[in-house]
Design a binder for this molecule. Sequence first.
Ligand code: UD1
Ligand code: CA
Length: 468
Amino acid sequence: MITLICLLSYKSKFRKIMALSIVILAAGQGTRMRSRLPKVLHRLAGKTLLEHVVETAAQLPDSHIQVVYGHGGNQVPEQLAQLPVKWVEQAEQLGTGHAMMQAMPGIAPEDQVLVLYGDVPLIKVDTLSSLLEQEGLALLTVELEEAEGYGRIVRNAHGGIERIIEHKDASEQERQISEINTGIMACNATQMSAWLQRLGNDNSQGEYYLTDLIEMAVNEGIDVSSASPQTEAEVMGVNDRSQLAMLERVFQQEQVEALMRDGVTVMDPARLDIRGTVSSGQDVVLDINVILEGKVELGEGVQIGANTFVRNCKIGDGVIIKPHCVLEDAEIGRLSTIGPFARIRPETSLAENVHIGNFVEIKKSSVANNSKINHLSYVGDSEVGQDVNIGAGTITCNYDGAYKHKTIIGDNVFIGSDTQLIAPVTVGNGATIGAGSTITSDAPENELSLSRTKQISLKGWKRPVKKK
Ligand code: UD1
Ligand code: CA
């Protein structure tokens, strides 16, 4: 305990020197999204834009994060309450400089400050690290062929940064500058506070521009340095749905590349979507239009057919999922085969070498080794033993209109086609159920149970004929 306290106090002293205060600006309206949802709650690869930024920021050592929110009321902090950040409200959006002013009370004077944006989701931690290594006031800038709308970096004859001129305030000549301000910047907190206090809003938008700090730094003889990202996409903001779609593609491509490096064959990298985290063994093959969502674990040699959706599943070695399947919150044991056209619903667990065929739905059930449910069946709230064969069109009638009930099927059971098992019901080990049966009470071990009305045939019966 004493060591722990020592460690903690050591750590807090250490923080005083090293701490990094990250401020993510996310209060803007995002008019061009044309949405009721605040912009930063829109999703990229299944995750909100703001979560992407927070996850990247959180990788920087010794940092704490504040998010400035505003437009759309409390929706952002309410929906993302789980994030490890401090929420700061900017009630009125009076500009990026004004947004920063709201966050300053939460920042210690000796901290280094890093400004990020909730709508710039693909920024990389390596880029931020290189920015943080710069001296003085550090700006992340990039050369763009199409610089319309961005603040331009004005440099002097020696190449030193002098100021940033916003597009709306720029002259024709200044608009020719292709180096732009990404908005991402870092500097010392004491200096930033001092500069923010002197900020005015005398410009075309009547806003407090964070970018005006650069000129102040230059006038005080503070170094203004710059760094650049590896790719343009890292600093692209999402202002409309078209940009959102574009960045989604960039991100998907990056993820697919990583999977391929891990030994996964992707039939068409443009037609695989990952909205979560995927781990995979070697020699996995993913056919076109596969969507992997949440946490997906793929064993070695797994094959997933076209148009299949998998969310939060653990899929064992050698499993083959044929085209057009939907699997959610399930565990599929090694060497099993699923589909085509199968639906595996939550809380399903299939053991090894289980065969699930076409138009089969399994819900909240376990199926033991080597069992087969090959055609047109519904199995819900059930425990199915090993070496079981469930015939075509078998239904577990698990719901009586008010309650759900369990069906227990022992090992080595054979269930004839078109059987209804009225739960709660147990079919004993080795039992056989005759095709077409409605089983309302337990079927004993090793016996044949069936319920059928006796077949009759009517001699001389004639089919009705239409009168002419
Ligand atoms: C800003 C920069 C510009 C840069 C561009 C990069 C300024 C004055 N200009 O311009 O130099 O090229 O970003 O995209 O900083 N925000 C708030 N509160 C506010 C205003 C904005 O939180 O009061 C947030 C927005 O949610 C957004 C970000 O700050 O995430 C940028 O604001 P925006 O109004 O889009 O700035 P730009 O005009 O694009
Ligand atoms: Ca913007």
